[in-house]
Design a protein around this ligand. Structure first.
Ligand SMILES: [Zn+2]
Length: 192
């Protein structure tokens, strides 16, 4: 995961950068943050929510983005979150992660395995599991948000970080667009 986080962050930074990012210090900073990021990862993994019902997940990450100094709007296209950081002249870069889990029972035996249950739209009881990696995507999103917020002197432009609901059902992206993702917020030149 560390590699993925770093890759995404370097890609974002290279689009926003006025000054080249120092990869070594970035690597060290993310390594130092890893215990905290793993806490977030395990919490997200243990508490998955079904498509369109990502209320706890959205609130947790919206609060994190607010603490970092982003201007945060919640409930975009349902439970979607848009976090904007304006930092001078330059391109607008969007970083996206998805939030929903799947109606599956986790059988990994991990200490932080999900035991979460929910009702399907058909009214059936189901277990819920992050079986598609959205917990990893969101943790990478937090890692990138933290580093980009901490390194504002190393880039310039506008950063738009979004959390998309209901990826698994194919509904969330359209719902965010229809709720003004590209009209109420800066429209990205690049989206990752
Ligand atoms: Zn997925």
């Amino acid at each position: 995961m560390q590699k993925l986080v770093k890759l995404g962050l370097l890609a974002a930074a290279s689009m926003l950068a006025a000054v080249p990012v120092q990869a070594d210090s970035l690597k060290e900073a993310i390594a130092a943050d890893m215990p905290s990021l793993m806490d977030i990862y395990r919490d997200l993994h243990a508490n998955p929510e079904l498509s369109g019902e990502e209320v706890r997940t959205a609130a947790k990450l919206a609060a994190e983005a607010r603490r970092l100094g982003f201007t945060v709007t919640e409930k975009v296209g349902g439970t979607g979150v848009v976090a904007v950081m304006e930092n001078g002249e330059g391109p607008t870069v969007m970083l996206r992660a998805d939030m929903d889990g799947l109606p599956l029972e986790e059988k990994t035996g991990l200490s932080y395995a999900s035991r979460a249950k929910a009702k399907t739209r058909q009214g059936n009881d189901t277990f819920v599991m992050h079986a598609c990696g959205h917990d990893t995507h969101m943790t990478g999103w937090v890692a990138a948000a933290r580093q980009l917020a901490a390194r504002k002197d190393e880039w310039s432009g506008t950063l738009v970080m979004i959390l998309q609901p209901a990826e698994e059902t194919g509904e969330g992206a359209l719902a965010m667009l229809e709720d003004g993702l590209y009209t109420r917020f800066p429209k990205p030149d690049y989206a990752l």
